[in-house]
Design a protein around this ligand. Structure first.
Ligand code: E4P
Length: 217
């Protein structure tokens, strides 16, 4: 499973990309609005650090304006994936951009039928929002499984990008059902490293080593 970083915080991107674990970045208008940089400058800066797909979302709601915004964004770097909402105009935009060979991430997906439409429009990524479905009492993991089954039935190449991941259990669950990508907020990536028995074990190994006076020479 590929791991994308779900943030527009350049310091977090710099820090976490050093691990070599980050396969891409997703941003959204809410995340980008927290930055003091212009959106274009922000995406430019992220693209100087990250080689994999970087999702940059259009904010227009009609096709003509969406294409104008997408044109500006896709010029920034070759690895920009234009993020469009799962609306009628968003899907028209997806079809147009994917026909031109531009990567498209269709976002705000909450049903398997929506995901089917996005794949038919040539989306590179479909972003089902797991946590936001859980928030309203619908199992977000079931949605990921349903989309994977449907894509498998018809050989769609659209990658299932599990979004709105809220805790490490979601990461385990989407990995078990076979999501292609999970986009994770920095805090969750950091939580994945942690286990109290790792810390406890390391502490006792190092204390025994120190007592022995041995050195690696
Ligand atoms: C992904 O592309 C979305 O920007 C993000 O995962 C939404 O997460 P949230 O529901 O925690 O805001």
């Amino acid at each position: 499973m590929k791991i994308f970083l779900d943030t527009a915080d350049i310091n977090e991107i710099n820090e976490l990309s050093e691990s070599g674990l980050i396969d891409g970045v997703t941003t959204n208008p809410s995340l980008a609005s927290k930055s003091d940089k212009s959106f274009i400058d922000l995406i430019k800066e992220i693209s100087s650090v990250i080689q994999g797909p970087i999702s940059a979302e259009v904010t227009a709601e009609n096709l003509t304006q969406m294409i104008k915004e997408a044109d500006k964004l896709r010029k920034i770097a070759d690895n920009i994936a234009i993020k469009v909402p799962l609306t009628v105009d968003g899907l028209k935009c997806c079809k147009k951009l994917s026909n031109d060979g531009t990567m498209v991430n269709v976002t705000l997906c909450f049903s398997a039928n929506q995901a089917l439409l996005a794949a038919k429009c040539g989306a590179t990524f479909i972003s089902p929002f797991v946590g936001r479905l859980d928030d309203i009492g619908i199992d977000g993991i079931d949605l990921i499984s349903d989309i994977l089954d449907i894509y498998d039935n018809y050989g769609f190449e659209t990658q299932v990008l599990a979004a709105s991941i809220r805790h490490p259990l979601h990461v385990l669950q989407v990995a078990k059902v076979g999501a292609d990508v999970a986009t994770l907020p920095p805090k969750i990536i950091k939580q994945l490293y942690d286990h109290p028995l790792t810390n406890k074990g390391l502490e006792s190994f190092l204390s025994d080593w120190k007592k022995s006076g041995k050195k690696i020479t």
